[in-house]
Design a binder for this molecule. Structure first.
Ligand SMILES: Nc1nc2c(ncn2[C@@H]2O[C@H](COP(=O)(O)OP(=O)(O)OP(=O)(O)O)[C@@H](O)[C@H]2O)c(=O)[nH]1
Ligand SMILES: [Mg+2]
Length: 353
């Protein structure tokens, strides 16, 4: 079994690339499984993989590093129940210090991983390396920087959203800042480029990955500043109104967060039918969500959010959006209780320099 760890900032495209890679490998007859991971209880990414028929187990309630024994148990469960040839494990997008706390323990203890890829949104990375201001606190940006620093293989993703000049520029900036890194520029919506990434994941090519010094006070502060929310919402709508109701829900959340000056790292929705809708930090002014046609009169969706704001404000923004949708003619809304909080201080189970 080959185990590929995939890290990198919130919304950088990890799930997209893993899902595409899984499809490609499954087409070739490989058995592929994934381990998802996030801070809350109900994960959009797990729903997304399972709807794509990719067997998924999950580590919930915190990152791999602080729940290492759970990661080990879930991996064992996946291996024993499904006998995969390849497993992708996607870490929480606000997780840093993966080399020392996950990769090295895995290498030494049991499920020896074959690779670690760190994804970064090409637009954010370009801005960061140019010294432009990004709308996150210094401690959140510290996490962003540390993820890049510890990448053995850095995947600069979403390059389709840059101009050719910007692509050349970001590549030159990365090569100047990190001359010894393996680097891939990638559009994970392109099957051929994902196939090339998968082909580059060499078995045991990571043993020499560095584990940088990390200031846990800053890391913990940045992690806590990104409030988490997960919540389910069910809408009953008049015929043909599904798309409008879901669009309204998402737009009001974005409006409320913009009014609070709250930066969205990743706001994502899994619709029960299978579609996933995402808004990430690089999406200028939190562009309008693209919601598919929703013919059903009953629509269930799961919300996951990581936003630089207060957890109570985030909860209130979603509640207000639900309220506004409920005011649409003929629409009724059931909102389950939210789990909204600031993640606790990261305390890894192991740390191996
Ligand atoms: N244009 C473009 N969009 C992409 C690419 N990769 C991912 N996306 C989009 O970026 C958004 C976030 O992608 P995800 O794969 O969910 O990101 P993630 O890193 O798994 O996010 P978290 O799990 O929340 O950390 C989605 O809307 C994807 O469709 C890419 O290469 N190009
Ligand atoms: Mg993901």
């Amino acid at each position: 079994m080959q185990l590929h760890l995939v890290g990198g900032f919130l919304g950088s495209g990890k799930t997209t690339a893993i899902a595409a890679a899984a499809r490609l490998l499954m087409e070739k007859g490989k058995r592929v499984g994934v381990v998802t991971n996030d801070q809350g209880r109900y994960l959009v990414d797990t729903a997304f993989f399972r709807l794509g028929d990719v067997p998924a187990v999950e580590v919930t309630g915190g990152c791999f590093c602080c729940n290492y024994d759970d990661l080990d148990a879930r991996l064992t469960q996946l291996v024993e129940s499904y006998r995969p040839d390849v497993v992708f494990a996607e870490s929480v997008g606000s997780c840093a210090d993966l080399v020392a706390t996950v990769l090295k323990p895995l290498l030494e203890l049991r499920h020896a991983p074959a690779s670690l890829s760190v994804f970064a949104d090409a637009r954010l990375l370009r801005f960061r390396l140019l010294g432009h201001t990004l709308p996150f606190s210094e401690d959140i940006l510290y996490i962003f920087d540390k993820q890049i620093e510890e990448a053995g293989l850095l995947v600069v993703n979403k390059t389709d959203l840059l101009t050719p000049d910007e692509r050349r520029e970001v590549e030159a900036l990365v090569r100047a800042a990190y001359p010894f890194k393996s680097l891939r520029l990638q559009n994970s919506l392109d099957k051929a480029q994902v196939a090339a990434w998968v082909g580059s994941l060499r078995v045991n090519g990571i043993a020499a990955a560095p584990s940088p010094a990390i200031d846990y006070r800053r890391y913990g502060q940045g992690e806590a500043e990104l409030a988490w929310l997960d919540q389910r919402i069910t809408l009953e709508v008049p015929p043909g109104q599904g798309q409008a109701a879901v669009s309204r829900f998402i737009e009001v959340i974005l409006e409320r967060l913009a009014a609070l000056d709250a930066t969205v790292a990743h706001l994502k929705f899994a619709l029960d039918g299978g579609a996933k809708i995402s808004i990430t930090a690089g999406d200028e002014n939190n562009r309008r969500p693209i919601v598919p046609d929703l013919p059903d009169r009953r629509i269930g969706l799961l919300v996951n959010a990581r936003v630089q704001t207060g957890a109570d404000l985030l909860r209130a923004a979603v509640a207000e959006a639900a309220q506004r949708v409920a005011e649409m003619p003929g629409v009724s809304v059931v909102l389950s209780p939210a789990d909204a909080f600031h993640p606790g201080f990261p305390t890894p189970t192991y740390r191996m320099d």
